[in-house]
Design a protein around this ligand. Structure first.
Ligand SMILES: [Cu+2]
Length: 435
């Protein structure tokens, strides 16, 4: 399974500079590798000048004393607290750029185009909607054919597409019905998913459609990827279970904790690093934190070719797009949770967190992914096979400031036969370093 588009991911490219990834990305150039799968060869998708990357990001620009724009980039963030540590919000900017241009227009022929859309923003989420000249949504104009990791099984006709930082969408638009008209791509995420403020300038770009239909010979296929199989927990091969808990402790930046299951909670709760969670079937799991920061010892040792299910429980109100390197996974489920039982001062649960029932996943979140949105008070389960290479990889929140602040961890993939010889690894975990 190839990824349809590969963004040169900052932590991999600049691993030693992890605490300044947010600044490096903001001030540097962004690019995209386009990847085509064998399965699309016979689909005759739009290509060449009709296959266009759309890299979306937001920036801020400085003013001079007279209030005139200087053209200089401005990095300005809100400071939430300075004591005991400085806590800042991730960057958001009022200007949205497509391929490096603020609010551009694109002259298109009245035919099908393919757009490879990437949210390359530090922290802003977008819900993209095509609007006509009157500001009305053009229903079903977006035909999504691929997600982060490749083709969807079949095209999805959508009114809107939500993308968190680093999420991608492979989208077809047929402009034939819009000759001599324009379509504006608008960000309607207002109020937004946290963090960040609402978009002050929601228009992202405009498509101006030339007159005269152009024969492109393209027909939207009913099936895109015959090989696609939707994963479910029941049909997964034998697999490992792991838990992550996302927190926002009082006066701190958000954290991503790796957890291990333990049989009995300590006698007194809440206790720092102890999280109890009630599952859908009523059983209560007790989890103990084994890491909370990038620099803590590695805990996740994964069998090469092994399947794993990771349960990501967000005990905070802040949404985080969680990105796993090396693999493509599928999101199996998203459940709402009452997380009021989590004590943000102590850093543990007073009472087990309670499920509130399944939440919808967008249809385009049910394909191959390497970034998944985990909203506040949600438990999201993902599953995938750790194939392709042995070695050291990372997973992290793709809000770049969160990643810089420590929401990134290393995992190690190694052959099962070698892992068995390592007496420091028990059940895929390194048990010697409680955090
Ligand atoms: Cu985050």
């Amino acid at each position: 399974m190839d990824r349809f588009c590969r963004w040169a991911d900052p932590p991999a490219a600049e691993f030693d500079a992890m605490v300044v990834t947010s600044l490096n990305v903001m001030t540097g150039l962004a690019g995209m590798y386009l990847i085509w799968e064998a399965e699309e060869d016979h689909l005759l998708l739009p290509h060449g000048e009709h296959e266009v990357p759309l890299i979306i990001c937001d920036r801020n620009l400085d003013n001079d004393a007279g209030g005139n724009l200087t053209g200089q980039l401005l990095h300005k963030v809100a400071i939430l607290a300075t004591d005991p540590e400085k806590v800042t919000l991730p960057f958001t900017g009022p200007f949205t750029l497509i391929n490096g241009v603020i609010w551009p227009h694109f002259d298109v022929d009245a035919r099908w185009y393919r757009f490879r859309v990437l949210n390359a923003s530090n922290s802003r989420f977008y819900t993209l909607q095509p609007h006509d000249e009157n500001g009305a949504v053009v229903s079903g104009a977006l035909h999504q054919i691929g997600s982060d990791g490749g083709l969807l099984p079949a095209p999805l006709a959508l009114d809107q597409i939500t993308l968190a930082p680093a999420e991608r969408a492979d989208v077809l638009i047929d402009f034939q019905a819009f000759q001599n008209r324009s379509l504006t791509l608008v960000n309607t995420l207002n109020p937004p998913l946290e963090p960040g403020t609402g978009t002050p300038n929601p228009d992202l770009m405009q498509f101006r459609v030339r007159a005269g239909a152009v024969h492109d010979g393209f027909t939207l296929p009913a099936t895109l990827s015959p090989s696609f199989v939707r994963l479910t927990h029941e049909t997964l091969p034998e697999h490992m279970h792991r838990w992550l808990v996302l927190t926002l402790l009082a006066g701190k930046h958000p954290e991503m904790w790796e957890m291990v299951e333990i049989d009995q909670p300590p006698p007194t709760l809440p206790a720092d690093g102890i999280v109890q969670v009630t599952l859908g079937d009523g059983t209560v799991k007790t989890l103990r934190r084994v890491s909370r920061d990038f620099k803590d010892a590695v805990n996740f040792y994964v069998d090469y070719n092994g399947w794993e299910q990771w349960s990501i429980l967000n005990a905070s109100p802040v949404a985080h797009p969680i990105h796993i390197h090396l693999i493509q996974f599928q999101a199996l489920s998203r459940d709402g949770y009452d997380v009021t039982g989590f004590d943000n001062t102590v850093g543990g649960t007073t009472t087990p967190l309670v499920p509130k029932g399944p939440l919808p996943m967008d249809p385009n979140e049910q394909g191959w992914k390497d970034v998944i949105r985990v909203g506040g008070g949600q438990l999201v389960r993902v599953a995938g096979q750790f194939a392709g290479a042995n070695g050291r990889y990372v997973f992290h929140c793709h809000i770049l400031e969160h990643e810089d602040e420590g929401m990134m961890r290393t995992f190690v993939v190694m052959p099962e036969q070698v892992m068995k010889l390592d007496r420091h690894i028990v059940d895929g975990h390194h048990p010697l370093h409680p955090a």
